[in-house]
Design a protein around this ligand. Structure first.
Ligand SMILES: NC(=O)c1ccc[n+]([C@@H]2O[C@H](COP(=O)([O-])OP(=O)(O)OC[C@H]3O[C@@H](n4cnc5c(N)ncnc54)[C@H](O)[C@@H]3O)[C@@H](O)[C@H]2O)c1
Length: 323
């Protein structure tokens, strides 16, 4: 990692613009290189120029100076970045279902993955575009990148939603709640109830000791975590703040070499027999990307849910010729 932390962002829509803002406000990046489509029917140069202007105007209020450069479709300019965030998509195609963007995001990613591979990008990918696990798998397969240097934001956001609803129900601060949604960042994700703990104390123990507070309506809470994104989508046709902060959290874990444990999408290398696709489990994230997988001891039903998630991701990979 160089002394100047350089982060590239591809796609300056709702998510990409908020990732840039979050990185600036938190002082995570010294340099932001921003790409969006700059030609053809989907030319978005005016939006890109607007975001560069607005972000630059905001610098006066930040405690940390950041160099901001507009790179249009010059993806090769991002080759020396420490991290490249992929937020290229068309969110309105995902109004009903994240799979609605499958063909768009995988097609559009074909425009920059080979360019960055040829240009020798050796930093870490943090990919957000949906369906997240499919696009992460595509980046690895098509670009030939070290799989541990490709991270999908995956169920990091869903895990945050899960901790939030658990906190709301129990009155325990969400930072003291240990809980993960795992599997696909999509409809088949599942709550890993067997590992839920409050300040390290397992939920099962607390349920016995204080049932009035800790006997939870599990299906309802799991559903609230799973459906959180659609509540936001229904009202504003996008989700932006939380996902941008989730991506920025991953960028920080990488550039600060934190070895933080975060749920994110990573290459399955035999986890419960699954391989060849990206899916979310808790991972140790540091300077070289995913340093280790912290796979929990799943119960039988959780393992079945995990395999169902992988089966759905594999089916989508097949639809775009990536198996
Ligand atoms: N993983 C998650 O948790 C999560 C959460 C929210 C959104 N998302 C996804 O993130 C993506 C971005 O969401 P959004 O709301 O910003 O979408 P958006 O439609 O507002 O913006 C997408 C941007 O990507 C740009 N783009 C498309 N193809 C490009 C290319 N080849 N090169 C450069 N730029 C390109 C578009 O011009 C546009 O500016 C979507 O796929 C969305 O579904 C993921």
């Amino acid at each position: 990692m160089g002394t100047c932390v350089s982060v590239g962002i591809i796609g300056l829509g709702h998510v990409g613009a908020h990732v840039a803002n979050s990185l600036m406000l938190q002082g995570i990046a010294d340099e932001l290189l921003l790409c969006d489509i700059a030609s053809g029917d989907e030319d978005n140069s005016r939006k890109l120029a607007a975001e560069v202007q607005d972000l630059s105007d905001s610098l006066a209020f930040c405690s940390h100076n950041v160099r901001i450069e507009s790179c249009g479709e010059d993806y090769a300019a991002l080759a020396s970045c420490d991290v490249v965030v992929n937020a290229a998509g068309k969110v309105r195609l995902a109004a009903q279902d994240r799979d609605g963007e499958l063909f768009y995001t995988t097609d559009t990613a074909r425009r920059f993955i080979p360019v960055l591979a040829r240009a020798g990008f050796s930093g870490v990918w943090v990919t957000v575009a949906n369906p997240c696990d499919v696009v992460a798998t595509q980046i690895w397969k098509l670009g030939g990148f070290d799989p541990r240097r490709v991270i999908g934001t995956g169920t990091q956001l869903d895990s945050a939603r899960f901790r939030h609803v658990l906190s709301r129900e129990t009155g325990i601060d969400q930072h003291s709640v240990g809980a993960y949604m795992l599997g696909e960042h999509g409809a088949t994700q599942f709550a890993c109830w067997s590992q839920v703990n409050f300040g390290g104390k397992p939920l099962a123990e607390l349920e016995r000791e204080e049932p009035a507070r800790f006997s939870l309506d599990r299906p309802a809470l799991e559903d609230a975590a799973r459906r959180g994104g659609y509540v936001a989508m229904a009202g504003k046709m996008c989700t932006e703040y939380a996902v941008a902060n989730a991506a920025a959290r991953l960028v920080r874990a990488v550039v600060s070499n934190e070895h933080a444990v975060l749920a994110c999408s990573t290459l399955m290398d035999g986890v419960y027999g699954e391989e060849g696709l990206f899916c979310s489990v808790p991972c140790v994230v540091g300077g070289s990307g995913v340093e280790a997988l912290m796979v929990p001891d799943l119960t039988g039903p959780e393992q079945a849910a995990f395999h169902a998630s992988c089966a759905h991701i594999r089916e989508n990979l097949g639809r775009v010729g990536l198996v």
